[in-house]
Design a protein around this ligand. Structure first.
Ligand code: SF4
Length: 429
Protein backbone atom coordinates (compact mmCIF):
# COMPACT_ATOMS: atom_id res chain seq x y z
CA UNK A 1 0.00 0.00 0.00
CA UNK A 2 1.36 3.44 -0.84
CA UNK A 3 1.47 5.85 2.12
CA UNK A 4 -1.04 8.64 1.57
CA UNK A 5 1.69 11.29 1.94
CA UNK A 6 3.33 10.25 -1.34
CA UNK A 7 0.13 10.51 -3.35
CA UNK A 8 -0.23 13.60 -5.45
CA UNK A 9 -3.72 15.02 -5.05
CA UNK A 10 -3.66 16.52 -8.57
CA UNK A 11 -3.44 13.06 -10.13
CA UNK A 12 -6.87 11.49 -9.91
CA UNK A 13 -7.84 7.88 -9.63
CA UNK A 14 -8.67 6.60 -13.11
CA UNK A 15 -12.36 5.76 -12.75
CA UNK A 16 -12.65 2.34 -11.16
CA UNK A 17 -9.14 1.52 -12.32
CA UNK A 18 -5.75 1.99 -10.70
CA UNK A 19 -4.89 4.46 -7.93
CA UNK A 20 -2.13 6.62 -9.33
CA UNK A 21 0.57 8.30 -7.26
CA UNK A 22 3.45 10.43 -8.46
CA UNK A 23 6.88 10.30 -6.86
CA UNK A 24 9.89 12.48 -7.37
CA UNK A 25 13.35 11.72 -6.07
CA UNK A 26 16.43 9.68 -6.73
CA UNK A 27 15.95 7.12 -9.50
CA UNK A 28 17.58 3.81 -10.25
CA UNK A 29 17.12 3.45 -13.99
CA UNK A 30 19.47 2.88 -16.92
CA UNK A 31 20.01 5.67 -19.44
CA UNK A 32 18.78 5.52 -23.05
CA UNK A 33 22.13 4.25 -24.37
CA UNK A 34 20.99 0.77 -23.34
CA UNK A 35 18.58 0.65 -26.29
CA UNK A 36 21.57 0.31 -28.62
CA UNK A 37 21.92 -3.28 -27.46
CA UNK A 38 18.67 -4.42 -29.08
CA UNK A 39 18.48 -1.76 -31.83
CA UNK A 40 21.83 -2.71 -33.37
CA UNK A 41 20.60 -6.30 -33.69
CA UNK A 42 17.37 -5.17 -35.31
CA UNK A 43 18.63 -2.75 -37.98
CA UNK A 44 21.21 -4.96 -39.56
CA UNK A 45 23.19 -2.38 -41.52
CA UNK A 46 23.13 0.41 -38.92
CA UNK A 47 25.96 1.52 -36.67
CA UNK A 48 25.59 3.39 -33.38
CA UNK A 49 28.41 5.76 -32.49
CA UNK A 50 28.03 7.01 -28.94
CA UNK A 51 29.66 10.39 -28.48
CA UNK A 52 30.46 10.07 -24.82
CA UNK A 53 32.84 9.18 -22.01
CA UNK A 54 34.56 6.01 -20.90
CA UNK A 55 31.63 5.47 -18.53
CA UNK A 56 29.26 5.36 -21.51
CA UNK A 57 31.58 2.92 -23.28
CA UNK A 58 31.60 0.67 -20.21
CA UNK A 59 27.84 0.84 -19.89
CA UNK A 60 27.11 -0.44 -23.37
CA UNK A 61 29.92 -2.98 -23.20
CA UNK A 62 28.63 -4.43 -19.95
CA UNK A 63 24.97 -4.22 -20.98
CA UNK A 64 25.98 -6.13 -24.11
CA UNK A 65 27.40 -8.71 -21.69
CA UNK A 66 29.49 -11.40 -23.21
CA UNK A 67 28.50 -10.69 -26.79
CA UNK A 68 31.76 -10.57 -28.72
CA UNK A 69 31.43 -9.47 -32.31
CA UNK A 70 34.01 -9.81 -35.03
CA UNK A 71 32.56 -6.59 -36.41
CA UNK A 72 30.62 -4.81 -33.67
CA UNK A 73 27.99 -2.32 -34.74
CA UNK A 74 28.34 0.09 -31.90
CA UNK A 75 31.26 2.05 -30.49
CA UNK A 76 32.04 5.09 -28.41
CA UNK A 77 33.86 8.17 -29.62
CA UNK A 78 35.43 9.22 -26.34
CA UNK A 79 35.20 12.84 -25.35
CA UNK A 80 38.51 13.44 -23.59
CA UNK A 81 39.18 15.87 -20.77
CA UNK A 82 40.75 18.41 -23.13
CA UNK A 83 37.50 18.34 -25.14
CA UNK A 84 35.50 18.94 -21.99
CA UNK A 85 37.80 21.82 -21.11
CA UNK A 86 37.14 23.35 -24.52
CA UNK A 87 40.76 22.90 -25.60
CA UNK A 88 39.99 20.94 -28.74
CA UNK A 89 37.37 21.22 -31.45
CA UNK A 90 35.17 18.22 -30.79
CA UNK A 91 33.51 18.57 -34.18
CA UNK A 92 36.88 18.11 -35.94
CA UNK A 93 37.56 15.04 -33.81
CA UNK A 94 34.12 13.65 -34.58
CA UNK A 95 34.54 14.17 -38.32
CA UNK A 96 37.85 12.32 -38.16
CA UNK A 97 36.36 9.38 -36.21
CA UNK A 98 33.37 9.10 -38.56
CA UNK A 99 35.58 9.34 -41.66
CA UNK A 100 37.83 6.56 -40.36
CA UNK A 101 34.87 4.39 -39.37
CA UNK A 102 33.06 4.67 -42.70
CA UNK A 103 36.25 3.99 -44.65
CA UNK A 104 36.91 0.86 -42.64
CA UNK A 105 33.26 -0.29 -42.68
CA UNK A 106 31.74 0.24 -46.14
CA UNK A 107 28.82 -2.04 -45.09
CA UNK A 108 27.35 0.72 -42.86
CA UNK A 109 24.29 2.30 -44.49
CA UNK A 110 22.85 4.13 -41.50
CA UNK A 111 24.95 5.80 -38.83
CA UNK A 112 23.44 7.12 -35.62
CA UNK A 113 25.43 9.66 -33.63
CA UNK A 114 24.14 9.03 -30.13
CA UNK A 115 24.36 11.87 -27.62
CA UNK A 116 25.30 11.26 -23.98
CA UNK A 117 25.61 13.22 -20.75
CA UNK A 118 29.12 14.51 -21.61
CA UNK A 119 28.12 15.60 -25.13
CA UNK A 120 25.15 17.41 -23.62
CA UNK A 121 27.29 19.07 -20.96
CA UNK A 122 29.62 20.54 -23.59
CA UNK A 123 26.56 21.43 -25.71
CA UNK A 124 27.78 19.53 -28.73
CA UNK A 125 25.15 19.98 -31.45
CA UNK A 126 24.94 16.45 -32.83
CA UNK A 127 22.03 17.19 -35.17
CA UNK A 128 24.19 19.78 -36.94
CA UNK A 129 27.11 17.37 -36.99
CA UNK A 130 24.84 14.68 -38.47
CA UNK A 131 23.57 17.08 -41.17
CA UNK A 132 27.14 18.12 -42.04
CA UNK A 133 28.41 14.54 -42.21
CA UNK A 134 25.32 13.39 -44.13
CA UNK A 135 26.11 15.90 -46.86
CA UNK A 136 29.64 14.57 -46.99
CA UNK A 137 28.76 10.86 -47.14
CA UNK A 138 25.41 10.97 -48.97
CA UNK A 139 23.98 8.93 -50.64
CA UNK A 140 26.02 5.92 -49.49
CA UNK A 141 25.35 6.53 -45.80
CA UNK A 142 22.49 8.24 -43.99
CA UNK A 143 23.66 9.93 -40.77
CA UNK A 144 21.20 10.78 -38.01
CA UNK A 145 21.45 11.72 -34.37
CA UNK A 146 19.50 11.26 -31.16
CA UNK A 147 20.12 11.55 -27.46
CA UNK A 148 20.58 8.56 -25.17
CA UNK A 149 21.87 10.64 -22.29
CA UNK A 150 20.90 9.87 -18.74
CA UNK A 151 19.92 13.52 -18.30
CA UNK A 152 17.24 13.28 -20.98
CA UNK A 153 16.31 9.62 -21.29
CA UNK A 154 15.72 6.48 -19.31
CA UNK A 155 16.40 3.02 -20.66
CA UNK A 156 13.73 2.32 -23.30
CA UNK A 157 13.39 6.00 -24.20
CA UNK A 158 16.59 5.51 -26.21
CA UNK A 159 14.54 3.45 -28.68
CA UNK A 160 11.87 6.14 -28.77
CA UNK A 161 14.48 8.82 -29.52
CA UNK A 162 16.11 6.63 -32.18
CA UNK A 163 12.85 5.83 -33.99
CA UNK A 164 11.65 9.45 -33.73
CA UNK A 165 14.89 10.49 -35.48
CA UNK A 166 14.02 8.12 -38.34
CA UNK A 167 10.50 9.47 -38.90
CA UNK A 168 11.49 12.62 -40.88
CA UNK A 169 13.50 10.30 -43.17
CA UNK A 170 10.49 8.15 -44.13
CA UNK A 171 9.47 8.70 -47.77
CA UNK A 172 6.01 10.10 -48.50
CA UNK A 173 3.45 7.47 -49.44
CA UNK A 174 2.37 7.78 -53.08
CA UNK A 175 -0.81 9.81 -53.64
CA UNK A 176 -4.05 7.77 -53.44
CA UNK A 177 -2.18 4.76 -52.09
CA UNK A 178 -4.37 2.19 -50.30
CA UNK A 179 -4.43 2.20 -46.48
CA UNK A 180 -1.30 0.62 -45.03
CA UNK A 181 -0.54 -0.66 -41.56
CA UNK A 182 2.70 0.35 -39.86
CA UNK A 183 3.77 -1.67 -36.81
CA UNK A 184 5.99 0.54 -34.69
CA UNK A 185 8.60 -0.65 -32.19
CA UNK A 186 11.57 -3.02 -32.38
CA UNK A 187 10.40 -6.63 -32.24
CA UNK A 188 12.54 -9.74 -32.51
CA UNK A 189 12.56 -10.94 -36.14
CA UNK A 190 10.78 -14.16 -35.20
CA UNK A 191 7.90 -12.19 -33.66
CA UNK A 192 7.76 -9.78 -36.57
CA UNK A 193 7.39 -12.79 -38.90
CA UNK A 194 4.61 -14.30 -36.73
CA UNK A 195 2.66 -11.04 -36.71
CA UNK A 196 3.24 -10.59 -40.44
CA UNK A 197 1.65 -14.02 -41.07
CA UNK A 198 -1.32 -13.28 -38.80
CA UNK A 199 -2.00 -9.95 -40.49
CA UNK A 200 -1.79 -11.65 -43.88
CA UNK A 201 -4.34 -14.30 -42.80
CA UNK A 202 -6.59 -11.53 -41.53
CA UNK A 203 -6.41 -9.73 -44.85
CA UNK A 204 -4.71 -6.70 -43.30
CA UNK A 205 -2.21 -5.46 -45.87
CA UNK A 206 0.15 -3.98 -46.75
CA UNK A 207 1.96 -4.23 -43.41
CA UNK A 208 5.27 -2.54 -42.77
CA UNK A 209 7.50 -2.35 -39.73
CA UNK A 210 9.47 0.46 -38.10
CA UNK A 211 12.36 -0.01 -37.62
CA UNK A 212 12.91 -2.00 -40.79
CA UNK A 213 15.61 -4.66 -40.80
CA UNK A 214 17.61 -2.82 -43.44
CA UNK A 215 18.20 0.91 -43.61
CA UNK A 216 17.13 1.17 -47.24
CA UNK A 217 13.70 -0.38 -46.53
CA UNK A 218 12.23 2.64 -44.77
CA UNK A 219 8.41 2.39 -44.85
CA UNK A 220 6.44 5.14 -46.57
CA UNK A 221 4.23 7.42 -44.48
CA UNK A 222 1.27 9.74 -44.96
CA UNK A 223 -2.46 10.19 -44.32
CA UNK A 224 -3.29 6.66 -45.52
CA UNK A 225 -0.98 5.10 -42.95
CA UNK A 226 -2.54 3.67 -39.81
CA UNK A 227 0.06 2.79 -37.20
CA UNK A 228 -0.11 0.52 -34.19
CA UNK A 229 2.48 0.58 -31.42
CA UNK A 230 4.10 -2.71 -30.49
CA UNK A 231 5.90 -1.11 -27.52
CA UNK A 232 4.41 1.26 -24.93
CA UNK A 233 7.38 3.61 -24.61
CA UNK A 234 7.20 5.29 -28.03
CA UNK A 235 5.45 8.57 -27.22
CA UNK A 236 7.79 10.85 -29.23
CA UNK A 237 7.78 8.48 -32.21
CA UNK A 238 3.96 8.38 -32.16
CA UNK A 239 3.80 12.18 -32.13
CA UNK A 240 6.31 12.41 -35.00
CA UNK A 241 4.28 9.90 -37.06
CA UNK A 242 1.10 11.88 -36.42
CA UNK A 243 2.86 15.03 -37.60
CA UNK A 244 3.50 13.16 -40.88
CA UNK A 245 -0.26 12.59 -41.22
CA UNK A 246 -0.49 8.99 -39.97
CA UNK A 247 -3.24 7.90 -37.54
CA UNK A 248 -2.65 5.76 -34.45
CA UNK A 249 -4.79 2.70 -33.86
CA UNK A 250 -5.35 2.63 -30.08
CA UNK A 251 -4.87 -0.81 -28.53
CA UNK A 252 -3.40 -2.65 -25.55
CA UNK A 253 0.06 -4.11 -26.20
CA UNK A 254 0.67 -7.60 -27.63
CA UNK A 255 1.75 -9.18 -24.35
CA UNK A 256 -0.01 -12.36 -23.25
CA UNK A 257 -3.00 -14.00 -24.95
CA UNK A 258 -5.42 -11.21 -24.10
CA UNK A 259 -3.08 -8.36 -25.10
CA UNK A 260 -2.10 -10.06 -28.37
CA UNK A 261 -5.73 -10.79 -29.28
CA UNK A 262 -6.90 -7.26 -28.53
CA UNK A 263 -3.93 -5.78 -30.37
CA UNK A 264 -4.67 -7.84 -33.48
CA UNK A 265 -8.39 -7.08 -33.10
CA UNK A 266 -7.74 -3.32 -33.08
CA UNK A 267 -5.85 -3.53 -36.38
CA UNK A 268 -8.46 -5.92 -37.81
CA UNK A 269 -11.24 -3.49 -36.90
CA UNK A 270 -9.49 -0.69 -38.77
CA UNK A 271 -9.55 -2.99 -41.85
CA UNK A 272 -13.20 -3.98 -41.24
CA UNK A 273 -12.28 -7.63 -40.67
CA UNK A 274 -15.30 -9.41 -39.19
CA UNK A 275 -15.21 -11.01 -35.75
CA UNK A 276 -15.62 -14.56 -37.10
CA UNK A 277 -12.52 -14.26 -39.27
CA UNK A 278 -10.52 -12.78 -36.39
CA UNK A 279 -11.64 -15.63 -34.12
CA UNK A 280 -10.74 -18.32 -36.65
CA UNK A 281 -7.33 -16.82 -37.57
CA UNK A 282 -6.30 -16.45 -33.91
CA UNK A 283 -7.90 -19.69 -32.62
CA UNK A 284 -4.85 -21.96 -32.87
CA UNK A 285 -2.47 -19.39 -31.36
CA UNK A 286 -4.85 -18.55 -28.51
CA UNK A 287 -5.48 -22.17 -27.67
CA UNK A 288 -1.83 -23.18 -27.78
CA UNK A 289 -0.82 -20.21 -25.62
CA UNK A 290 -3.58 -20.90 -23.08
CA UNK A 291 -2.50 -24.52 -22.74
CA UNK A 292 1.16 -23.53 -22.38
CA UNK A 293 0.27 -20.91 -19.76
CA UNK A 294 -1.74 -23.36 -17.62
CA UNK A 295 1.26 -24.88 -15.83
CA UNK A 296 2.60 -21.44 -14.92
CA UNK A 297 -0.80 -20.41 -13.57
CA UNK A 298 -0.45 -23.20 -11.00
CA UNK A 299 2.96 -21.89 -9.94
CA UNK A 300 2.17 -18.19 -9.96
CA UNK A 301 -1.50 -17.77 -8.99
CA UNK A 302 -1.90 -15.84 -5.76
CA UNK A 303 1.79 -14.85 -5.61
CA UNK A 304 2.35 -11.18 -4.74
CA UNK A 305 4.49 -9.17 -7.16
CA UNK A 306 6.07 -5.71 -6.78
CA UNK A 307 7.29 -3.95 -9.95
CA UNK A 308 9.88 -1.19 -9.67
CA UNK A 309 9.85 1.42 -12.47
CA UNK A 310 12.29 0.62 -15.24
CA UNK A 311 11.33 -0.19 -18.82
CA UNK A 312 7.83 1.38 -19.16
CA UNK A 313 6.63 -2.16 -19.92
CA UNK A 314 5.39 -2.41 -16.33
CA UNK A 315 1.72 -1.61 -16.95
CA UNK A 316 1.16 -4.20 -19.74
CA UNK A 317 3.19 -6.74 -17.75
CA UNK A 318 1.14 -6.10 -14.61
CA UNK A 319 -2.05 -6.54 -16.62
CA UNK A 320 -0.75 -9.89 -17.94
CA UNK A 321 0.42 -11.09 -14.52
CA UNK A 322 -2.86 -10.26 -12.81
CA UNK A 323 -5.36 -11.26 -15.50
CA UNK A 324 -3.70 -14.29 -17.07
CA UNK A 325 -1.66 -15.66 -14.19
CA UNK A 326 -3.81 -14.50 -11.25
CA UNK A 327 -0.86 -12.85 -9.49
CA UNK A 328 -1.57 -10.10 -6.96
CA UNK A 329 -0.13 -6.67 -7.77
CA UNK A 330 1.37 -5.10 -4.66
CA UNK A 331 2.69 -2.01 -6.47
CA UNK A 332 3.29 -1.21 -10.12
CA UNK A 333 5.98 1.42 -10.70
CA UNK A 334 6.59 3.04 -14.07
CA UNK A 335 9.10 5.80 -14.94
CA UNK A 336 6.39 7.61 -16.96
CA UNK A 337 2.71 7.06 -17.38
CA UNK A 338 1.45 8.08 -20.79
CA UNK A 339 -2.29 7.97 -20.18
CA UNK A 340 -3.12 8.28 -23.85
CA UNK A 341 -0.96 5.44 -25.14
CA UNK A 342 -1.80 3.27 -22.14
CA UNK A 343 -5.53 4.07 -21.92
CA UNK A 344 -6.62 0.58 -23.03
CA UNK A 345 -4.11 -1.06 -20.67
CA UNK A 346 -5.19 1.01 -17.67
CA UNK A 347 -8.78 -0.06 -18.21
CA UNK A 348 -7.72 -3.69 -17.91
CA UNK A 349 -5.81 -3.30 -14.63
CA UNK A 350 -7.71 -4.54 -11.58
CA UNK A 351 -9.58 -1.83 -9.72
CA UNK A 352 -7.48 -0.22 -7.00
CA UNK A 353 -4.07 -1.30 -8.40
CA UNK A 354 -1.39 0.88 -6.76
CA UNK A 355 0.34 2.51 -9.70
CA UNK A 356 3.31 4.81 -9.07
CA UNK A 357 4.73 7.10 -11.71
CA UNK A 358 8.30 8.37 -11.25
CA UNK A 359 10.49 7.20 -8.42
CA UNK A 360 11.78 7.97 -4.98
CA UNK A 361 13.90 4.91 -4.70
CA UNK A 362 14.41 4.90 -0.90
CA UNK A 363 10.70 5.27 -0.18
CA UNK A 364 9.89 2.61 -2.70
CA UNK A 365 12.39 0.17 -1.21
CA UNK A 366 10.86 0.82 2.23
CA UNK A 367 7.40 0.01 0.90
CA UNK A 368 8.73 -3.11 -0.78
CA UNK A 369 10.42 -4.27 2.44
CA UNK A 370 7.24 -3.66 4.39
CA UNK A 371 5.11 -5.57 1.88
CA UNK A 372 7.48 -8.60 1.60
CA UNK A 373 6.20 -9.57 -1.87
CA UNK A 374 6.86 -13.05 -3.26
CA UNK A 375 8.56 -11.57 -6.33
CA UNK A 376 10.20 -8.20 -7.05
CA UNK A 377 10.73 -7.08 -10.65
CA UNK A 378 13.51 -4.48 -10.68
CA UNK A 379 16.68 -3.19 -12.30
CA UNK A 380 20.08 -4.82 -11.85
CA UNK A 381 21.19 -2.25 -9.27
CA UNK A 382 18.40 -3.14 -6.86
CA UNK A 383 18.25 -6.88 -7.42
CA UNK A 384 21.37 -7.93 -5.50
CA UNK A 385 20.69 -5.92 -2.31
CA UNK A 386 17.06 -7.12 -2.26
CA UNK A 387 18.13 -10.74 -2.82
CA UNK A 388 20.57 -10.32 0.08
CA UNK A 389 17.57 -9.37 2.22
CA UNK A 390 15.89 -12.64 1.28
CA UNK A 391 13.61 -11.34 -1.48
CA UNK A 392 13.18 -13.07 -4.82
CA UNK A 393 13.87 -10.82 -7.79
CA UNK A 394 13.55 -10.76 -11.55
CA UNK A 395 15.76 -8.45 -13.59
CA UNK A 396 13.49 -6.23 -15.63
CA UNK A 397 16.16 -5.78 -18.32
CA UNK A 398 15.59 -9.42 -19.33
CA UNK A 399 12.01 -8.57 -20.21
CA UNK A 400 13.28 -6.11 -22.78
CA UNK A 401 15.98 -8.34 -24.25
CA UNK A 402 13.82 -11.46 -24.50
CA UNK A 403 11.18 -11.91 -27.20
CA UNK A 404 7.95 -11.72 -25.16
CA UNK A 405 5.24 -10.49 -27.53
CA UNK A 406 2.64 -12.64 -29.25
CA UNK A 407 0.94 -15.98 -28.63
CA UNK A 408 3.98 -18.21 -29.06
CA UNK A 409 5.94 -16.25 -26.46
CA UNK A 410 3.23 -15.95 -23.76
CA UNK A 411 4.41 -19.02 -21.86
CA UNK A 412 8.09 -18.00 -22.21
CA UNK A 413 7.14 -14.72 -20.58
CA UNK A 414 5.35 -16.50 -17.73
CA UNK A 415 8.40 -18.67 -17.25
CA UNK A 416 10.60 -15.61 -16.78
CA UNK A 417 8.53 -14.83 -13.66
CA UNK A 418 8.21 -18.43 -12.48
CA UNK A 419 11.92 -19.28 -12.73
CA UNK A 420 13.24 -17.13 -9.84
CA UNK A 421 10.47 -18.45 -7.57
CA UNK A 422 11.31 -22.05 -8.43
CA UNK A 423 15.01 -21.33 -7.86
CA UNK A 424 14.26 -19.79 -4.45
CA UNK A 425 12.11 -22.79 -3.46
CA UNK A 426 14.93 -25.16 -4.42
CA UNK A 427 17.50 -23.14 -2.49
CA UNK A 428 15.40 -23.14 0.66
CA UNK A 429 14.41 -26.83 0.37
FE1 SF4 B 1 26.29 7.48 -17.76
FE2 SF4 B 1 25.20 9.55 -19.03
FE3 SF4 B 1 26.92 7.96 -20.35
FE4 SF4 B 1 24.48 7.05 -19.70
S1 SF4 B 1 24.96 8.74 -21.11
S2 SF4 B 1 26.43 5.97 -19.43
S3 SF4 B 1 24.11 8.07 -17.73
S4 SF4 B 1 27.40 9.28 -18.57
Amino acid sequence: MIPAATRTPTLPTLGDGPVVAYEHGQREVFCGLTGIIWLHRKIQDAFFLVVGSRTCAHLIQSAAGVMIFAEPRFATAIIEERDLAGLADVNDELDRVVGRLLKRRPDIRLLFLVGSCPSEVIKLDLSRAAARLSRQFSPAVRILSYSGSGIETTFTQGEDACLASLVPELPNEPKESPPALLVVGALADVIEDQFGRLFQQLGVSPVRFLPARRAADLPTIGPNTRFILAQPFLADTAKALERRGATRIPAPFPIGVEGTTQWLAAAAKAWNVDAARLASVTAIGRERARRALARYQEELAGKRVFLFPDSQLEVPLARFLSRELAMQLVEVGTPYLNRQLLAEELELLPSGTALVEGQHVDDQIDRCRAARPDLVVCGLGLANPLEAEGMTTKWSIELVFTPIQGYEQAADLAELFARPLVRRTRLSA
